[in-house]
Ligand binder design. Structure first.
Ligand code: TRP
Length: 335
């Protein structure tokens, strides 16, 4: 069975290991059997950076370089730019009428973000409605599957509510419901163990990080504050080094053995950090090299993005046309 897959990333900064574990790694596998589109979500990035558009524009090509560096292949995956696809903005306008403000305020991910960012009365209207714009992204491509981290599940629920509501109102199955493809490793916590890995919290390792940066990040990682002497028994739960070893070390038997040793006592933090650093350096080294090559040719990056966006434009315009037809609002076209 071939899925239709859509995912995206806000263009708010270079992508990091959290993105890699949560979704990028999976996309590289999925592109071989499935019809996959990956979107640089610059518009969504603007929803909480309205006064700093430069932050978004400066990161669009960074994200494309990250995609290519991890092995997303533009011959297999359609890579597109959200702001260049007018159908997405138009679909958002139609969908907005099918969602109440109360429902948007209940979206748990948005609710958390609003609290964290301390928006209060200055909450941008665009931020509150970004799940609706995300529903437009997903449905425009008829996505059946969306590879995401757990924090995105409320977005998919909200999308499916819109899909059902729309199809019910027009009495035809125009839009497609989607389901998540969760990675087997849940969301990756930050280096400090405080919430998810995020660039703005300064607890992230970017995919393009230099060897030194990786070394420093691993050595400063949060372990078990009660593990003062090597001989003391240590805690594995909540110990970020073990959480990351689970995510990045392929030798699961070795990790299990080390966990047992650490719990008994006699295994020092530096030893487990060295192993983790080895795993991360060998993962990131080829990514860093490829990324540097891509970033050196912005013209080529732009061409790749434009090429994919052209294809995405055709698909998303078709969906928009069907939506307008179903609503009886397709009186004429200006094309
Ligand atoms: N909300 C996603 C994030 O913050 C980015 C995104 C935008 C997305 N559009 C999407 C993800 C469509 C999946 C599908 O990472």
């Amino acid at each position: 069975m071939s899925y239709t897959i859509l995912t995206g990333d806000r263009a708010t900064g270079p992508l990091h290991l959290g993105h890699f574990v949560g979704s990028l790694r999976q996309r590289v596998e999925l592109q071989h059997q499935h019809n996959q589109t990956v979107m640089v979500a610059d518009l969504q990035g603007l929803t909480d950076n309205g006064n700093n558009p430069q932050k978004i524009s400066a990161n669009v090509l960074n994200v494309v370089a990250d995609y290519l560096a991890v092995g997303i292949d533009p011959h297999k995956t359609t890579i597109c730019l959200q702001s260049a696809l007018p159908a997405l903005a138009e679909l958002t306008m139609y969908y907005l009428n099918l969602v109440s403000v109360a429902r948007l305020e209940r979206n748990p991910t948005v609710k958390n973000e609003i609290a964290e960012k301390d928006f209060a009365r200055s909450l941008p209207a665009g931020f509150l409605i970004y799940p609706v714009s995300q529903a437009a992204d997903i449905t425009a491509f008829g996505a059946t599957h969306v590879p995401v981290g757990e924090d995105q599940l409320p977005m998919l629920e909200q999308t499916n509510e819109i899909v059902r509501r729309f199809n019910h109102i027009v009495g035809q199955p125009i839009l497609t419901e989607c389901q998540p493809l969760l990675s087997n490793v849940g969301r990756l916590p930050g280096l400090d163990g405080q919430g998810k890995m995020s660039k703005s919290r300064g607890n992230a390792i970017p995919l393009g990080a230099g060897a030194d940066e990786v070394h420093k990040a691993v050595m400063s990682m949060f372990t078990d504050p009660g593990h003062l002497n090597v001989s003391d028994p240590g805690r594995v739960e909540g110990n970020m080094v073990f959480t990351y070893l689970d995510a990045f070390c392929e030798d699961a038997a070795l990790v299990a053995e080390l966990k047992a040793h650490y719990r008994r006592g006699g295994l020092g933090d530096v030893k487990i950090k060295r192993l983790l650093e080895d795993c991360l350096q060998s993962l990131l080294e080829p990514i860093r090299t490829r990324r540097a090559e891509f970033i050196a040719d912005k013209g080529e990056l732009t061409r790749i993005l434009q090429h994919g966006t052209r294809r995405a434009h055709q698909v998303s315009q078709q969906t928009l046309q069907q939506v307008k037809m179903a609503l009886g609002l397709d009186f004429f076209s200006l094309e």
